[in-house]
Design a binder for this molecule. Structure first.
Ligand SMILES: [Zn+2]
Ligand SMILES: [Zn+2]
Length: 82
């Protein structure tokens, strides 16, 4: 385990792929997206409200790893827009 920025700890602590309590009546409401601005896992329905925030797809994160701040900036630029 190396140095991890705080938001990664938040990412690990959050539970993914559970139904979003705000959208429990919607389909595809698994919380598989992490908002770096809010430090919270959200579902695709929540994502519209966070579209100006840097978002991280959990699956992408698992593939590429997110152990450093450069990755945070990278994903922020790629997914969060400006
Ligand atoms: Zn957010
Ligand atoms: Zn939701």
């Amino acid at each position: 385990m190396g140095m991890r920025p705080g938001w990664v700890a938040g990412l690990v602590a959050e539970s993914f792929f559970v139904a979003c309590p705000a959208h429990e009546n919607h389909k595809k409401n698994e919380r598989n997206i992490f908002c770096l601005a809010c430090c919270a896992s959200i579902c695709p329905h929540c994502a519209a409200a966070h579209r100006h925030h840097p978002l991280l797809q959990a699956l992408i994160d698992l593939k590429f790893g997110a152990d450093c701040d450069c990755n945070r900036e990278l994903w922020g630029n790629l997914l969060g827009g400006r």
